[in-house]
Each structure stands twice: as structure tokens, then as C-alpha cells.
Design a binder for this molecule. Structure first.
Ligand code: 5AD
Ligand code: SF4
Length: 479
């Protein structure tokens, strides 16, 4: 998870003068998004909602009339990081007393801390939780009238019904691979996790709404979608006839959209990995052979303490079934070391599970007690021990990842080209296994899937050369 400044530009729509500030229809919006991909999706939706209000996005915070910090609360001293960021913005505001800048805190820290944020940092004008960002125009208007606004209720109306569709050119400017939230919230209550408290109970968008959003994206040039949800494989959207759709059904339907070449989804829980989804990995060609399926620990004792609802052996058996369905699937996972009660023996079982499964890529973290979660009240593992275990785990995981990338050298892989690369004349894309690939080529490749021969591999990316003829490149990613 990395901090990310979202760089998107779009032209302001006509009209939309704000209440109390008539005539200012060319204002600038700066959004800084932290944390997960769903936050990136939310940030783009906030930008879309503010566009008809006359807000153009800027990547220069000093130019902004509205600053939104879209925060993450999942680990570490996330809130403290936000307060220090807010302190800097306050200094910036104080240094330009003539300018009227509205400062908003959105996302999961906003949900968790609420009015406390304004108590601690008076420069904040608006605190808005993830379920209320569809009301941003009205909330910003209220905040600009002088009264600080806090909106962290879970509203009865559904924010997805109030989102604004971006213009096709704007969608295109965001790239050929897009995120689409299909499910939000979580009912699992893992004892380390704040998500059930910040994002609320599980809910799924209706399949028709998802299909129509993806059709619009594809019409604007998008070629890959990643379906997002905190528990995305628990997706259970109801259609107009009241019929429940699983994620597998949704993936099959989306795969029928002409022009959509690739489908991915994240993040999944092992207990929701249904038979139909496992089968879809065999039969739906557009569903990429890559699965992020967090296991967190290899110790049954710790898995039980985490309330993960499965054992290590059950996870390994599940992976075996998935691999039977789709033998070339690459697995990815999240790990937490140093959960309360974790002994050296428990940790050794995590290392053993890593060896057994062989993950292509992973994220690993030291346990960080989150206020209000059951794990926070338990006796904590020493920080030094956590640090040591994380370093040992990461050494093993990194070696695995490098070996996975090195195994691609000499192979031909299908690459969806997404954007210009780091060096002039280079363009970058991803393999079905989500590995970044750079190729010396030209911009006409963007949005197409081409066969690339991999020449060399680094820890984070591959380098290759085109190995097909342009005429072969128009069809869906082959298997
Ligand atoms: N401490 C450390 N890691 C955590 N994660 C979630 N909560 C915590 C926490 N309190 C990790 C899990 C999860 C990923 C998104 O973040 O591994 O899968
Ligand atoms: Fe958090 Fe995922 Fe567990 Fe839900 S399933 S509580 S989002 S770690």
C-alpha cells in the first residue's frame, strides 16, 4: 500500500456556481489518496462529483481551493500521519491569509475519528466518511459558510445511486485499466481489522449497475477492470428480478462485453471462494490467472485468534483446488507477523506455509493494534520481535518473487499495454500474472494486448520485446 497523489486533469463543466461564492466556477481541487485501491476509486468519484461544481483537479496543493485528504486507517499510526500532514497544510493556509481554502478529511480515518479531527486541527473544515462522499458538493458548500461540518453517519440512501459519470475523455485520461467497486464493507470481523467499523456491513452493488458502469468504461477505451471489494468474493448483488448474483456470475456477464479484455478482482476471503468462482477461473478466458487471497498466518492457533474461520490446511487444500481448475494461476497474499500470542513456533508455521504454497507476490506487515478492535486489547508482541520476524518473512517472500519473475525470462507472455514507461520510447503493461513489463515500442500499443518475449527480469518488473505481428493483436488475451 503506497501513498498516491492522483494525477488526473479534466475540464470544468459549465455552470455550477457555488452557493455563496457565485462566479467562482474555475476552482482547483487537490486530492491526496492514501491506502487501498478502493480509496483510489473513491478519490476519482469525488473528483467526478466536484467537476460539475466547477472544480478542476490540480496536482499542486498550493493552487487548490479545495484540499481533500482521502485517508486510510488500516495500519500503523495512520491517524498521526494525517495530523502531521494537516499541520503542514495549516501552515500553508496561514501563509496565504487572503486565499480561501477548504480543507476536507475523507476516508477511513475520517470515519473512525470524526469530530476529534476538528478538535485537534482547527484548520479542517470538513470531515466526511466513505459512505457520504456523494454529498461532497453540499457538504463543501456548508463548510464554506463558516461552520465546520462532520458527516460520518451511515446513510440510508446508497452513494452509488448519486455518483456522476465522468466524460469519456476523462475516463481515457485515467488509463486503460480501471477499478470498479462492486462490494463494500465486511462482516467477517477479523480481530486485527478496522474495516468492519470504518466501511460498515457488507453490501453489494446491483449487477446491472456494475455492468452499465463497465460498459461505459469500455466504450471510453478501458480494456481491463479490477472489481473491488473489501470482501469481493462475498459479492451477492441482486438484479431487477431479485435474483442474487455471485461474483462468478458477474464475471461471466462482464466477460461478454465486447472490448473488455481482462477482468481481475480483489480482495478475497478464503471462506468465500465458492465452487463457481473456482470454476470460472477455468472457463472464463478474460478472468486473469492471478488471485490475491490473503492468509495472514500459517498457524492454526493464530488464525483462530484472528477469527479467520479456516485452518492452514484448509487454505492449502483450497489453493490445490484452485490450481486444479487453473494450473497456471499465480497466487498472492497478505501476511501479518506479531499478532498477540504469536510464538516462534507459530511464526515457523507461517514460513512453512509460504514454502508449501509458493506465492508469486505478497504484502506483509507487522501487526499494529487498531483502536476499537479485539486484538488491540491483548498482550502485545515485542516490537523488536515483530521487526525481526517481518525481516525474515520478507527475505523468503522476496526470494520467491524474484524466482517467479526470473522464470518468465525466455517465455512469451500476453501484455496489456497501459502507459508510457520510465524511459523515453518505453511503454509499460502487465502480464496476466500482474507483472509489470517494459518494452521499447510506440504509443499505439496502449490499450492492446500483444505477445512479448521476456528478455530480463528484475525484482519489480520484466523487460521484453514484441514477438507478434500487429495484425494478431486485436482479440482478447489468449490463454
Ligand atoms: N495490522 C497489520 N496489518 C493489518 N492488516 C489489516 N489490519 C492490520 C493490522 N491491524 C493487513 C492485512 C490485510 C491487509 C489489507 O492489511 O494483512 O489483509
Ligand atoms: Fe478486515 Fe478482510 Fe478480515 Fe474483513 S475479511 S475484517 S476486511 S481482514
Amino acid at each position: 500500500m503506497t501513498d498516491q497523489i492522483l494525477r488526473r486533469n479534466f475540464s470544468p463543466a459549465a455552470g455550477g456556481a457555488e452557493h455563496g461564492v457565485a462566479g467562482q466556477d474555475n476552482r482547483k481541487l487537490f486530492i491526496r489518496s492514501f491506502g487501498c485501491q478502493m480509496n483510489s476509486y473513491d478519490a476519482a468519484r469525488m473528483a467526478d462529483i466536484m467537476a460539475p461544481e466547477g472544480f478542476t483537479e490540480t496536482t499542486t496543493i498550493e493552487d487548490a481551493d479545495l484540499i481533500v485528504l482521502n485517508t486510510c486507517h488500516i495500519r500503523e499510526r495512520a491517524a498521526e500521519k494525517i495530523y502531521s500532514e494537516l499541520g503542514k497544510i495549516r501552515e500553508m493556509k496561514d501563509a496565504a491569509p487572503g486565499r480561501r481554502v477548504t480543507l476536507a478529511v475523507a476516508g477511513c480515518v475520517a470515519q473512525a475519528e470524526g469530530a476529534e479531527i476538528i478538535r485537534r486541527q482547527k484548520a479542517v473544515d470538513l470531515v466526511v466518511g466513505p459512505q457520504n462522499y456523494h454529498r461532497l458538493p453540499e457538504l463543501v458548500r456548508r463548510a464554506r459558510c463558516g461552520q465546520a461540518v462532520v458527516e460520518t453517519e451511515f446513510p440510508v440512501e446508497n452513494k452509488f445511486d448519486h455518483l456522476v459519470s465522468p466524460a469519456p475523455a476523462k475516463t481515457r485520461s485515467r488509463g486503460v485499466a480501471a477499478f470498479v467497486t462492486v462490494q463494500e464493507g465486511c462482516d467477517k470481523f477479523c480481530t486485527f481489522c478496522v474495516v468492519p467499523y470504518t466501511r460498515g456491513a457488507e453490501s453489494s452493488r446491483p449487477p446491472d449497475a456494475v455492468v452499465s458502469e463497465v460498459e461505459t468504461l469500455v466504450a471510453a477505451g478501458v480494456r481491463e477492470v479490477t472489481l473491488l471489494g473489501q470482501n469481493v468474493n462475498a459479492y451477492h448483488g441482486a438484479d431487477g428480478a431479485g435474483r442474487g448474483w455471485s461474483l462468478a456470475m458477474l464475471a461471466r456477464r462482464l466477460a461478454d462485453i465486447p472490448g473488455l479484455l481482462r477482468i481481475r478482482y480483489t480482495t478475497s476471503h478464503p471462506s468465500d471462494m465458492g465452487d463457481d468462482l473456482i470454476e470460472a477461473h477455468r472457463s472464463v478466458g478474460a478472468l486473469m490467472p492471478f488471485l490475491h487471497l490473503p492468509v495472514q498466518s500459517g498457524s492454526d492457533r493464530i488464525l483462530a485468534a484472528m477469527n479467520r474461520k479456516h485452518t492452514a490446511a484448509e487454505y492449502v487444500a483450497l489453493i490445490a483446488r484452485i490450481r486444479t481448475s487453473r494450473p497456471d494461476i499465480a497466487l498472492s497474499s497478505d501476511f501479518i507477523v506479531g499478532f498477540p500470542g504469536e510464538t516462534e513456533e507459530d511464526f515457523a508455521q507461517t514460513l512453512a506455509l509460504v514454502e508449501t504454497v509458493g506465492f508469486a507476490s505478497t504484502f506483509s506487515f507487522k501487526y499494529s493494534p487498531r483502536p476499537g478492535t479485539p486484538g488491540a486489547g491483548l498482550t502485545q508482541v515485542d516490537e523488536e520481535v515483530k521487526r525481526d520476524r517481518l525481516a525474515r518473512l520478507q527475505a523468503v517472500l522476496e526470494a520467491r518473487r524474484s524466482a517467479f519473475n526470473a522464470a518468465a525470462v525466455g517465455r512469451r507472455v500476453e501484455v496489456l499495454f497501459e502507459k508510457a514507461g520510465r524511459h523515453p520510447g518505453q511503454f509499460g503493461g502487465r502480464t496476466p500474472h500482474l507483472q509489470a513489463v517494459h518494452v521499447d515500442a510506440d504509443a499505439s500499443l496502449i490499450g492492446t494486448v500483444r505477445t512479448v518475449e521476456i528478455i530480463s527480469a528484475g525484482p519489480n518488473s520484466l523487460y521484453g520485446r514484441l514477438a507478434d505481428r500487429a495484425a494478431d493483436a486485436s482479440g482478447p488475451a489468449s490463454r
